[in-house]
Ligand binder design. Structure first.
Ligand SMILES: Cc1nc2c(=O)[nH]c(=O)nc-2n(C[C@H](O)[C@H](O)[C@H](O)CO)c1C
Length: 96
């Protein structure tokens, strides 16, 4: 789940348009701490899946529907984007 609190502002470094999607490569720092492929990162509030990490740049595949329904449709190289990692809720029973 996401809190809606922006952890950092990243930068789109590349957008590669495909027939039904676009690959976004985004430069970041904080959200890449302990990141694993398949993790979820919210980009401008949209939950996306990490498909690759290369140094301080991570990649994600943005589907056509997501592009058309969100601000990510306007994402181009050089654009700043708000980033947030997913958090796992802690059950009250686990609290000490
Ligand atoms: C986990 C996740 N990953 C992706 C992704 O990698 N690429 C994508 O285009 N959409 C993903 N989604 C769904 C979006 O967060 C969003 O909720 C829907 O695309 C809205 O129609 C989700 C929920």
């Amino acid at each position: 789940m996401f809190t809606g609190i922006v952890e950092e502002v990243g930068t789109v470094v590349l957008r590669e348009d495909q027939p039904d999607s676009a690959v976004l490569r985004i430069r970041a720092a904080t959200v890449l701490e302990d990141v694993t492929l398949g993790d979820s990162i919210a980009v401008n509030g949209v939950c996306l899946t990490v498909t690759a990490v290369d140094g301080d740049v991570w990649s994600t595949d943005v589907m056509a529907e997501t592009l058309s329904r969100s601000s990510l449709g306007a994402a181009v190289a050089g654009r700043p984007v708000n980033l947030e990692r997913a958090v796992t809720p802690t059950p009250a029973s686990a609290a000490t």
